[in-house]
Design a protein around this ligand. Sequence first.
Ligand code: KG4
Ligand code: ZN
Length: 361
Amino acid sequence: MKPLLVLGVESSCDETAAAVVRLADGRAEALSSVVASQAAAHAPFGGVVPEVAARAHVEVIEPTVRHALAEAGVTLKAIDGIAATAGPGLVGAVMVGLAFGKALALAGGLPLMAVNHLEGHAVSVRLTADVPYPFLLLLVSGGHCQLLEVAGIGRLHRLGSTIDDAAGEAFDKIGKALGLAYPGGPALERLAEGGRAERFPLPRALAGREGCDFSFSGLKTAAARLAERCADEADRRDLAAAVQEAIAAQLAERSARAMALYAAQHKSTALRFVVAGGVAANRTVRAALEAAARAHGFSFHAPPLAYCTDNAAMIALAGAERLAAGMTDDLDAVARPRWPLDEASALASPTHKPGRKGAKA
Ligand code: KG4
Ligand code: ZN
């Protein structure tokens, strides 16, 4: 099959991103990946402000796309298709990138792929490594925490998901309680260096319980209360280490359960475990997951840090794989603030009550 060049656009939260990915014989290569972060614009508010995000995307989307094309050394004429994130995310933010992607597709007479942001994270590992389908995926980001069987592009089956907060949300909220700037995850990891985790025993929700669901709200409340009583920097460091350890332990314990289930269903295929999403950038989390994978006979794969957090290369790759499979979308594709990857499982056993717009996650 002829190589495909796909331009990806991502704007679902607080990063405006564009990238060009080349897909040839199932192997991907990112020719460029540009990320314009709005973190500084949201930092004074301690979290992402939807209206601020949408406006900031509008301001930088065009130069970001130009930059990605220039860095890849191509013009729109060389592109075979446009991939744009169509959700889930902040609806105003998603609409900016999706509308821009549609305009490019229309202007260039190119196919459009309306990509689920989570599917982007799911394939992100394939940008730099040859990880064939199927694989078991732990997707851990600021908005999501779920275990999925990834059988192929567009074929994902959910094994478990958080019943309250996402792991990244727990990092961010506890980081805030510890007085750290947004986003709390990376700042908490830095603070935890050299900390003594054993000083603060924290709740281990669902440990030993059946199933592959997650829960972080008890840990969040307990840690926020302890943070109020931290007297000095050493206390804060030890508490940060304890929080990081507790989150890593839960992610590893629940993933190990999913590995056992997955292994029983995939007796004749190689067992691969992939972690993706912003929280996969955390070294303690990675080490705990890698140990669990090794103990269960799985190979372990994680994207490089730049592809763990939000980027458009992963959206371009998901789009390229879709294009190769003939899965394109019409120009009337809508922005979806809620868009579960596995809609059948999400509707059959919703982890959140379905809202007006359907199952959340
Ligand atoms: O995937 P991502 O960039 O955006 C979403 O789709 O949510 O993930 C962002 C999340 C934030 O909650 C951030 O605090 C967390 O990933 N994160 C980390 C680290 N780097 C990013 N959490 C813990 N340790 C890190 N090093
Ligand atoms: Zn993300």
